[in-house]
Design a protein around this ligand. Structure first.
Ligand SMILES: Cc1cc2nc3c(=O)[nH]c(=O)nc-3n(C[C@H](O)[C@H](O)[C@H](O)COP(=O)(O)OP(=O)(O)OC[C@H]3O[C@@H](n4cnc5c(N)ncnc54)[C@H](O)[C@@H]3O)c2cc1C
Ligand SMILES: NC(=O)c1ccc[n+]([C@@H]2O[C@H](COP(=O)([O-])OP(=O)(O)OC[C@H]3O[C@@H](n4cnc5c(N)ncnc54)[C@H](OP(=O)(O)O)[C@@H]3O)[C@@H](O)[C@H]2O)c1
Length: 274
């Protein structure tokens, strides 16, 4: 992990792009993953779990924007994002080189389905993510509402390799010392990271660990059921498709902002490969 430190106040005053925000810090987690924090527009209100369009000015003079989940909680003074680096990706081939003091474009219109309002009340909430699909849950895990609404919060995150779990692992580790939510999280947040292509403490796909019942046994929880359990899903299209079938097999139904039910889904990206 390499970290680039916060910028000085001098840089914070420099705003020239339309909807520009200033990069405050950047952390590179692996050669494919990085996170960064930017200044927050004073007028921006969002619900934890939502996404916005962010980007850079393209070489043609037009903004090059992509959807990004806000990884920071709604109470944070800055905004945090967790990003892939696609080697030939139009945006991330450039975005991966930002440093503190640089400007990015941020359209302040948050939207999304991974919000508490889209679920009926329940006893447990399951956050199910692969890869950068962790981002909306990095926000929701830091939101006090998550712990007011549920007795238990289970974060299942699966990546191919252990290094790809590190952003989430350090974030979860930091929560118990957080002055705002440390006490709320204590004993309520159950973290279940797994890898699929490199040995680690827990292995296997989320779908397999749910259908086999392994995760319920490991965490001492009852089998998932529609009366008590709620779920939010964020991963590749293939993951979302397969995990939906698993959730439906437990009796959960897909909800939306307009019709809250037992689970909701959001794409972590469009397309099926880099
Ligand atoms: C609702 C929504 C929320 C999103 N939130 C995030 C986020 O928080 N963090 C993030 O990194 N990306 C997120 N994305 C993906 C993001 O919008 C871009 O696709 C990504 O930044 C790559 O942009 P690009 O222009 O470099 O390449 P693109 O042309 O956009 O993508 C090229 C290819 O790279 C692959 N790819 C793209 N994004 C990812 C990814 N995140 N993980 C694995 N493979 C990927 C896909 O196969 C895609 O076809 C989100 C997408 C959607 C639809
Ligand atoms: N991760 C890397 O090191 C790496 C490096 C270079 C390029 N890429 C490319 O980048 C793209 C995205 O890679 P990614 O690793 O971010 O995402 P990914 O391929 O979606 O894999 C992320 C995790 O989700 C699991 N998964 C994938 N499909 C699933 C499904 N249908 N049901 C349940 N679990 C599922 C994977 O398990 P499995 O391992 O069992 O599939 C893996 O643990 C891929 O096209 C890949 O070829 C990845």
């Amino acid at each position: 992990m390499t970290e680039q430190k916060p910028v000085s106040d001098k840089n914070a005053a420099k705003v020239t792009l339309p909807d520009a925000q200033i990069v405050q810090s950047v952390t590179h987690w692996t050669d494919r993953l990085f996170s960064f924090r930017v200044s927050r527009p004073k007028s921006l209100r969002f619900r934890s779990g939502e996404f916005v369009m962010i980007g850079l000015m393209g070489e043609n003079g037009k903004p090059l924007l992509r959807a990004y989940s806000i990884a920071s909680p709604s109470w944070d003074e800055e905004l945090e994002f967790y990003s892939i680096k696609v080697p030939d990706g139009p945006l991330t081939s450039k975005l991966q080189h930002i440093v503190p003091g640089d400007e990015i474009i941020l359209r302040p219109k948050p939207v999304g389905t991974l919000v508490h309002d889209a679920l009926l009340p329940g006893k447990r909430i399951w956050f199910l993510a692969t890869g950068t699909g962790l981002a909306p849950f990095a926000s929701l895990m830091r939101d006090p509402d998550t712990y007011y609404k549920y007795d238990q919060v289970i974060m299942m995150h699966t990546c191919r390799e252990a290094g790809e779990l590190e952003y989430g692992r350090q974030l979860v580790e930091s929560l118990k010392d957080d002055p705002l939510i440390g006490e709320l999280v204590e004993g309520k947040l159950l973290y279940y990271p797994t890898t699929t292509r490199e040995p680690s403490e827990h292995m296997g796909r989320i779908t397999d660990n749910l259908t086999s019942g392994k995760v319920f046994a490991d965490l001492g929880l009852p089998k998932m059921n529609a009366e008590e359990d709620r779920a939010m899903v964020c991963g590749s299209l293939a993951f979302n498709h397969d995990v939906k079938a698993v959730l439906e097999s437990f009796g959960l139904r897909e909800g939306a902002n307009s019709e809250p039910l037992e689970y909701v889904v959001e794409k972590a990206f469009v397309g099926d490969g880099i």
